[in-house]
Design a protein around this ligand. Structure first.
Ligand code: ATP
Length: 327
């Protein structure tokens, strides 16, 4: 008699090692090592053809790896595929519903396969799901009248009907208007308390709003995997932008000599002088940078601010420059 493998409570919900997939001569995924921590919202980013869908399909057991391995909750996706699949909820990119059903009926239909229990418990679970995805007032309307955002939220409700530990969402907010996107992101943020979310997207703005960890794929290769906050921190240090008028040379020389100023870039600017000051000690810069400049009576400060790194900037650098060049 074969033993049913017991789930092992691991800190990592998803862990892949050298996971690879080739289609003939096309290497869709090249030796991926992915680590998704429990209760994170993990974004898989990448341009078209990067290997995002291939990764999700491998984890879902829809295709088999050519090399390497992956574990979900400690369960091998090939050897214990069926069991691993029980821990996953999945929202496909273009989900299809029975549109003549109401949202509640559709959820009840899905629960019939994936959520078992006494009738009252099932109904309570449906109510809880409807509240979670913000569809309580629309529960009894046919799905065919739903907006794109409502459809996606219903899709997320359906995907989590079995209380999965891992929710895999393929482009959950693509093609939605800003309000629809915001609502979907809110549902994802709420779900984090009870599940881990791995989703792929090409909308950088959404990633910045809702994810805590990001992996960037390019041409089948992992080019970055780290907490979003770390990715957005410049490796060369934080920077400040100053727009100045007057005689700026003396103060520039004085600043450049300070130990916490790494460099001063003079940006092209027609009327005024614009500096990007890169610092190695942010606390020192916050306390002293503006003060140092204002101390010089020959200079007027027209604008001053910290330059925030945008994900788009990092993404384009990583994807366009390639793996081995510095950010
Ligand atoms: P998109 O954002 O366009 O969906 P993606 O990052 O999801 O892109 P994948 O769909 O994983 O990319 O594709 C990765 C590579 O593998 C691409 O070059 C694609 O053409 C190739 N590929 C995917 N599926 C197959 C297949 N069944 N047969 C042959 N090549 C395939």
């Amino acid at each position: 008699m074969s033993m049913r493998p017991l789930p092992i409570p691991t800190a990592l919900v998803v862990e892949t090692a050298g996971l690879s997939k080739s289609y003939g001569s096309v290497q869709a995924l090249k030796s991926l090592d992915l680590k998704v921590a429990r209760h994170s919202i993990f974004a898989l980013l990448g341009p078209n053809g990067a290997g995002k869908t291939t990764t999700l399909k491998l984890l879902l057991g829809l295709i088999r790896p050519t090399a390497g391995s992956a574990h979900i909750n400690g369960l091998d996706i090939v050897r214990n595929g069926l069991e691993a699949r029980r821990h996953i909820g999945y929202l496909a990119q273009n989900p299809r519903f029975y549109e003549q059903l109401t949202a509640r009926e559709m959820l009840r239909f899905r629960a019939g396969f994936f959520y078992h229990g006494p009738r009252a418990q099932v109904e309570a679970h449906l109510n809880e799901t409807l509240a979670l995805v913000g569809l309580t007032d629309k529960a009894n309307r046919p799905i065919k009248g739903f907006s794109g955002g409502e459809m996606q939220r219903l899709g997320i409700g359906l995907a989590q009907i079995n209380n999965p530990e891992l929710l895999i969402l393929d482009e959950p907010a693509a093609n939605l208007d800003p309000q629809g996107r915001r609502d979907v992101l809110n549902v994802m943020a709420q779900l984090r308390e009870r599940a881990t979310i791995l989703y792929c997207t090409h909308i950088l703005d959404d990633v910045q709003q809702v994810s805590d960890t990001v992996a960037i794929l390019n041409q089948g290769e992992l080019v970055a995997q780290m907490p979003l906050s770390e990715l957005l921190q410049s490796r060369e240090g934080n920077s400040y932008i100053l727009v100045l008028s007057g005689e700026t040379q003396p103060v520039q020389a004085r600043l450049a000599a300070l130990p916490w100023v790494s460099s001063i870039q003079v940006l092209p600017s027609a009327e005024h002088t614009t500096w990007r000051v890169i610092v190695s000690d942010d606390a020192a810069a916050q306390a002293d940078l503006l003060r140092q400049v204002l101390a010089d009576p020959q200079v007027n400060v027209l604008d001053f601010g910290q330059q925030k790194r945008e994900l788009e900037d990092v993404f384009l650098r990583l994807v366009e420059r390639g793996v081995n060049e510095p950010l």
